[in-house]
Design a protein around this ligand. Structure first.
Ligand code: SF4
Length: 312
């Protein structure tokens, strides 16, 4: 048998074993759009942070295997304190999740007593615990608009905050200097060159991209927004400025359309740590379990639940 065929056979065996283990352990597998294709293939549900955080409260299985980075595992645990939440690789982390501090939040609260601290879900449980409400890139605009506060400290992502500020000029959005290293690496030159090469293509960009890149976009939205737009658009060709994991679902939804990455650097190393071997180990050994202290659970759960209430 050819080496390639052997590899494919081994891959299929792993996928079948994961399905067996899932039943044995009464587990459900939730995967983010940015994890490798083969992990998305074995998942029960695939989605962005908002979809996964909502879904985690509805699934019946006792164990949730969260295929994503650590803040996603924490969010699933916060919303499901009675469930066992497993992260296939506890070192799968999002650098942006750590790009603010409690000291910075306290400083802004002292300066603007009526401020609302709005925390993008891509953040640690500790940052959430010191915030008033969480948001995702899907619901940030609606939630910030609905808050009664004039001053909004938006953490940790400066690019998403700038985008929100541009859409809601009546609010004073206080910026924090956090960023997603992957989206930040996509440059205006990358997008301009792709536009020159594929002039008929629409540019779809995630709001974690820089302001200059967003200025070149035909559509700006969350990962699910990008997927929905690409499926509905009459356009047949797209330049996509977000993590390349989303191409799996883009091609699945619209097999006849053509998708070009905006640059060569759109890979999130944290998300790519989540492999089939890791998922299998997580199910076999019950690791790595997300554990949060009782106090942290109480404080960080509040802004997440407020987001779910407000998003309805
Ligand atoms: S793509 Fe960026 S924001 Fe998303 S998990 Fe990776 S580093 Fe974090």
């Amino acid at each position: 048998m050819e080496e390639k065929e052997k590899m494919e056979e081994r891959l299929e065996e792993k996928k079948a074993r994961i399905q067996e283990l899932k039943k044995e352990k009464n587990a459900v597998i939730l995967a983010h759009y940015y994890v490798p294709d083969e992990v998305q293939e074995i998942a029960d549900y695939i989605g962005d942070s908002y979809y996964l955080s909502q879904l985690a409260t509805k699934v019946e299985a006792k164990t949730v295997v969260l295929c994503g980075v650590s803040f996603m595992g924490e969010s699933a645990k916060l919303l499901n304190p009675d469930k066992t939440v497993l992260l296939p690789d506890e070192e799968a982390d999002c650098p942006m999740a750590h790009m603010c501090t409690v000291e910075k939040i306290e400083k802004v609260r002292a300066e603007y007593p009526d401020v609302a601290v709005v925390c993008y879900v891509n953040s640690t449980a500790e940052l959430k615990a010191h915030s008033d409400v969480c948001v995702t890139s899907s619901n940030a605009l609606n939630i910030v608009k609905a808050l009664p506060n004039e001053h909004i400290y938006f953490i940790p992502d400066e690019n998403l905050a700038r985008y929100v500020a541009s859409q809601i000029p009546e609010k004073h959005i206080i910026l924090n200097d956090g960023y997603c290293p992957i989206h930040k690496e996509i440059t205006v030159n990358d997008v301009a060159e792709k536009k020159k090469a594929y002039p008929q293509a629409e540019v779809l960009a995630h709001p974690e991209c820089t302001w200059e890149v967003l200025a070149l976009a035909d559509y700006i939205g969350s990962t699910s927004g990008i997927l929905a737009h690409a499926a509905q658009s009459d356009c047949q060709e797209f330049i996509v400025a977000t993590e390349t994991g989303v191409f799996y679902e883009l091609k699945k939804n619209s097999p006849d359309k053509v998708f070009h990455p905006a640059s060569d650097v759109q890979l999130c190393p944290g998300m790519k740590k989540v492999t089939l071997d890791r998922v299998m180990e997580a199910l076999l050994q019950g690791k790595d379990e997300v554990i949060l202290s009782g106090e942290m659970m109480k404080l960080a759960n509040r802004p997440l639940n407020k987001m779910l209430e407000m998003a309805q």
